[in-house]
Write a protein that binds this ligand. Structure first.
Ligand SMILES: [Zn+2]
Length: 220
């Protein structure tokens, strides 16, 4: 058995490079990402589970996005955060309006590329967390709205945000500036609630898309 294994390894080593790449692509599964929703980390292939499956984001190439930096006065720890120009301009107007109401918003995250999302995933798994655990909280590469350049996370990007006046203000007012809460507490796709995550959809936004009023809001 042991010898057989060694012989097999020697066989692999003797294979020409083209032979190896042929072996690597051997399982002839459909290559279309629509049919085969998986992604690879460190040579392992993982399935994309619900609610992500079927919801891949068609993000433009980062090179095609006209990025602008969000004023450092409005980012957590003055970090340089970039989003698409129209989203940045609308966000600035939104934050100015919030300030007039005594509400101070801080942005924690903006554009994140496919590769960045992959690095987050890879790092967490190399730290020993298992795939099922990570994917419960982190969008798999290709499924994060942050790749669009229009999505932002406000600070703090955790459950505490839902308790803050800033969140209530956003629910009442963000739609006026073209922003929408992507993953509200109750959403059709069954995504986990992310009170801190908002996406700029511009003129597509109307009062109909307004977040539920205080009376409709769940007590939390
Ligand atoms: Zn987010």
């Amino acid at each position: 058995m042991h010898q057989t294994f060694i012989v097999f390894i020697i066989f692999l080593l003797l294979l020409p490079v083209s032979g190896l790449s042929c072996l690597a692509s051997e399982p002839s599964l459909p290559q279309s990402t629509d049919q085969l929703e998986t992604f690879e980390i460190d040579g392992n292939t993982y399935p994309i589970p619900e609610p992500w499956s079927g919801n891949r984001i068609a993000a433009p190439s980062p090179a095609a996005i006209d990025f602008r930096m969000i004023s450092k006065a409005h980012t957590h720890n003055g970090t340089k955060i970039y989003i698409e120009k129209n989203a940045r301009d609308a966000l600035q107007v939104l934050m100015d309006a919030a300030k007039e109401d005594g509400v101070y918003l801080t942005v924690n995250s903006g554009f994140r590329s496919y590769n960045y999302q992959m690095r987050i995933f890879t790092r967490m798994m190399r730290e020993g967390r298992n795939y099922e655990d990570v994917i419960r909280y982190v969008a798999p590469p290709g499924y994060s709205q942050h790749a669009l350049g229009t999505a932002i996370d406000f600070y703090p990007s955790n459950w505490e945000f839902a308790e803050l006046l800033t969140y209530t203000w956003l629910q009442d007012n963000a739609w006026k500036y073209g922003f929408k809460e992507t993953y509200p507490r109750i959403n059709e796709s069954g995504y986990p609630w992310e009170a801190w995550h908002w996406n700029y959809i511009g003129n597509a936004h109307t009062a109909e898309n307004k977040a539920p009023g205080p009376a409709e809001r769940p007590l939390q």
